[in-house]
Design a protein around this ligand. Structure first.
Ligand code: PGA
Length: 249
C-alpha cells in the first residue's frame, strides 16, 4: 500500500515571521497525523525556522529547488548537503515554473534528480503539459518525454525513493483543476511508464501526486482515484486551514 503524501509548495511566499505563523498553525492541527505523510516546502530563507517548529512531529521538510554540485563557485545556488543539514527530506525538482521561467531542461532536471538521490534526499519530480499541448491531444507524448528524459539513468531501487507529481500547467494557479477522471487517466499512464522502465514492483510502490489548483473542495474527489497518491498544493497551502482540510480529506 502506498502511503499518501500531501506537500505544500509555498513558492516565493512567506517571510520568516509569516512562515513561523503558518507552520505553527499547521503543526497545531496536524502534529498527530502520520498518514498521509505531510511535507512543507517553504522558501530557502524559512527552511531552518520551519524545521525547528515541526521538529519531533511526523511533518517532513522539503525544498523547492537545488543545484547539483556539492559546493563551490555557484553564486546564488543551494547544494544538496546544505538542504540535508537543515533536515530536508524532499526536494521539488522540475517544477513547471522552474522549467518555464528559469529555463530548466529535462537534462538539468535529470542532473538535479541524480544529485538529490546521491545525497540521500528524495526528489518530487514534476511533469505536466501546457493547455496548448492538451488541446492538441499530445498530453501523453509530452509527459512521457519529460518522464523518460528527467529520470534517465535512475536505478530500479532509486526510483522507489522518488515521488512523481503530475501538474498540468493549465491547472497551476488558475483555479482550473483537472477533473478526477482526467487526472486519473494521466496518473495511470505515468504508472505504466514506471512499469515499462523500472518494473511492476517499482510501479506499485512509487507515489504519484496530482498538483494544480487543489483545494479543500476538490481534494476529496481527486484523492479518491486509484492512481492518485497525494497532492502537491500551491496556493491553498498558504492558509493553514485550507491546507489542513486537504490533508484530512
Ligand atoms: P497551485 O500550485 O495549487 O497554486 O495551482 C500547485 C503547484 O504549482 O505546485
Amino acid at each position: 500500500m502506498r502511503k499518501r503524501i500531501i506537500a505544500g509548495n509555498w513558492k516565493m511566499n512567506e517571510t520568516i515571521d509569516e512562515s513561523v505563523a503558518l507552520a505553527s498553525a499547521i503543526k497545531s492541527s496536524l502534529f498527530e497525523i502520520d498518514d498521509p505523510e505531510v511535507v512543507l516546502c517553504p522558501p530557502f530563507t524559512s527552511i531552518a525556522r520551519v524545521g525547528e517548529i515541526i521538529y519531533g512531529t511526523a511533518i517532513e521538510l522539503g525544498a523547492q529547488n537545488m543545484y547539483w554540485e556539492q559546493s563551490g563557485a555557484y553564486t546564488g545556488e543551494i547544494s544538496p548537503p546544505m538542504l540535508k543539514a537543515l533536515g530536508c527530506r524532499y526536494v521539488i525538482l522540475g517544477h513547471s515554473e522552474r522549467r518555464g521561467l528559469f529555463g530548466e531542461t529535462d537534462a538539468v532536471v535529470n542532473r538535479k534528480i541524480k544529485a538529490c538521490l546521491e545525497n540521500g534526499l528524495s526528489p518530487i519530480v514534476c511533469v505536466g503539459e501546457t493547455l496548448e499541448k492538451r488541446e492538441a491531444g499530445v498530453t501523453r507524448e509530452i509527459v512521457s518525454k519529460q518522464f523518460t528524459r528527467s529520470l534517465a539513468g535512475i536505478s530500479g531501487e532509486d526510483i522507489k525513493r522518488c515521488v512523481i507529481a503530475y501538474e498540468p500547467i493549465w491547472a497551476i494557479g488558475t483555479g482550473r483543476t483537472a477533473t478526477p477522471v482526467q487526472a486519473q487517466e494521466v496518473h495511470a499512464f505515468i504508472r505504466s511508464l514506471i512499469a515499462e522502465s523500472f518494473g511492476r514492483e517499482a510501479a506499485d510502490e512509487v507515489r504519484i501526486q496530482y498538483g494544480g489548483s487543489v483545494n479543500p473542495d476538490n481534494a476529496g474527489g481527486i484523492l479518491s482515484q486509484p492512481d492518485i497518491d497525494g497532492a502537491l498544493v500551491g496556493g491553498a497551502s498558504l492558509k493553514a486551514e485550507s491546507f489542513c482540510r486537504i490533508v484530512l480529506s
